[in-house]
Design a binder for this molecule. Structure first.
Ligand code: F0G
Length: 457
């Protein structure tokens, strides 16, 4: 059969509200052209993030009813621990309320001022938590990973030559090496097993612990099955187990590939580091058997980790992004290619060649997608990553002007995607009419969340 169907049926529904274009123009004005400032009830299709926005299964909801809310040593914790250990094999499993809490604890116990942490690409919260500890986050993805339309099966790979040189020079200042799977900031691109293995080998040469940012580990494992020679006959669980076997620990936002609305964990083999991490956990997150979560959250997470490895699910998941990518590419719209696991990234610079970076083409595209179809995406360009020249105040643009449409798990159907595709293509047809934006107010940092914009005359 050619038609690939959603591998689930719907048991509970949530209404979404249609608005008129006229209403949306007003809503946009009131939100100062910043999608973060639009109320969710005014959004028709929300592609802002795939984080914590997924639909839980009937089995996950059933597991929540069995949650044990004991403060210490709850049954839920042991079910959670077993599920994580089955996949990762790590000795110490420490629950946290989400990914960045795991990052904060890890870097607080393992990183000191002046240290340097290499990765393919650190996610924003990872980078921010490293910098908060006065250390340096160093990105070294392969050069192919930075060219949007260049096809490569593993565009998230670490540049191993660069890593090798870097370690030779700085190994004494490198407390941890990391790799993000899939590489969210680089387009949701996967990392190959060979690259993960070699990254581990290079770090271990200097006895540096290797940690995986594992948010989307299942999507990455399925890409390996599809694309890397030798893995076609392995199941995704075996592939995931092999990935983690090369590492000494991981951080995880369970809001992604553990299919829950809140949760995360930090895992590792080192006893001393784990003891320090647990002590800090008690200080800020909670007792080590719940780490800021309810017992029922841990149960839902344990079931989610099992469900995410179902191949029917992963096939549908990866095909969703690929399908949208194909349709947009056919229509002449440039995207990061090939599509990654959780999102499609539109190249807004190519979409609006007449709008300069100083007028934020990515932000314009976000506003236009909302006006046309009630769709919400996120700008990943000069609003998010642009910097100001400290002397002149002039804007220094980001390397790329992208709009990410990230897909909540098991939430939208084929027709939602067809509708979104049609809206994007129609927006492209009206590209000549789009006006640039200027910032009218901005906060001192992380401006993309709250900045206000106005139309350029
Ligand atoms: N690492 C990666 C690769 C992520 O994508 C995220 C979150 C985190 C860590 C932090 O996890 O949100 O649970 O604290 N990414 C979300 C996104 C927010 O929209 O891409 P968290």
């Amino acid at each position: 059969m050619k038609t690939l169907i959603e591998p689930f049926r719907i048991k509970m529904v949530e209404s979404i509200r249609q608005t008129t274009e006229k209403e949306r123009i007003e809503i946009l004005k009131k939100a100062d052209y910043n999608p973060f400032c639009i109320k969710a009830e005014d959004i028709l299709i929300d592609f802002l993030t795939d984080s914590g926005t997924g639909a839980m299964s009937d089995r996950q909801w059933a597991a929540m009813m069995t949650g044990d809310e004991s403060y210490a040593g709850s049954k839920s914790f042991f079910r959670f621990e077993k599920a994580v250990q089955n996949i990762t094999g790590f000795t110490h499993i420490i629950p946290t309320h989400q990914g960045r809490a795991a990052e904060r604890i890890l870097f607080s116990v393992a990183v000191k001022e002046g240290d340097k942490l290499p990765s393919n690409t650190h996610f924003d919260t990872t980078r921010a938590n490293i910098e908060f500890n006065k250390a340096e986050a160093v990105d070294m993805v392969i050069p192919e990973g930075k060219i949007p339309t260049l096809e490569h099966p593993f565009k998230g790979n670490m540049d191993l030559d660069r890593l090798s040189d870097f370690l030779e020079k700085y190994h004494e200042n490198v407390p941890i090496g990391m790799i993000t799977i899939t590489n969210n900031s680089g387009g949701g691109q996967p990392v190959s097993m060979e690259n993960i293995r070699e990254t581990g080998r290079l770090l271990h040469k200097y006895e540096i612990p290797f940690f995986i940012d594992a948010c989307r580990f299942a999507e990455n494992a399925y890409f390996i099955k599809l694309r890397e020679p030798g893995y076609q006959s392995k199941n995704v669980l075996e592939i995931a187990q092999e990935i983690f076997s090369y590492a000494d620990g991981c951080t995880m936002s369970a809001k992604k590939d553990a299919m829950v609305n809140i949760g995360g964990f930090l895992a590792m083999n080192d006893d001393t580091m784990a003891m320090n991490a647990r002590n800090l956990l008690i200080l800020t997150e909670g007792f080590p058997s719940y780490g800021g979560l309810a017992g029922r959250d841990l149960d839902a997470l344990a079931v989610g980790l099992e469900e995410v490895l179902h191949e029917d699910y992963l096939k549908y998941r990866l095909r969703t992004a690929e399908y949208m990518g194909e349709r947009l590419t056919e229509a002449g719209i440039d995207i990061i290619r090939p599509t990654g696991g959780h999102a499609v990234y539109i190249d807004a610079k190519a979409f609006y060649p007449n709008i300069p970076a100083s007028q934020f083409p990515g932000q314009v595209l976000c506003a236009e997608l909302y006006r046309k179809g009630g769709i919400r995406g996120v700008e990943i360009g000069s609003v998010m990553f642009g910097r100001k020249n400290p002397n002149t105040g002039e804007e220094i643009p980001a390397e790329m002007e992208l709009v990410r449409l990230a897909f909540p798990r098991r939430v939208y159907t084929q027709s939602h995607f067809d509708f979104a595709i049609e809206s994007i293509i129609e927006t492209y047809g009206e590209r000549e009419k789009a006006k640039g934006l200027k910032i009218t107010w901005e906060p001192p940092f992380l401006r993309h969340f709250t900045a206000k914009f106005g139309l350029v005359d």
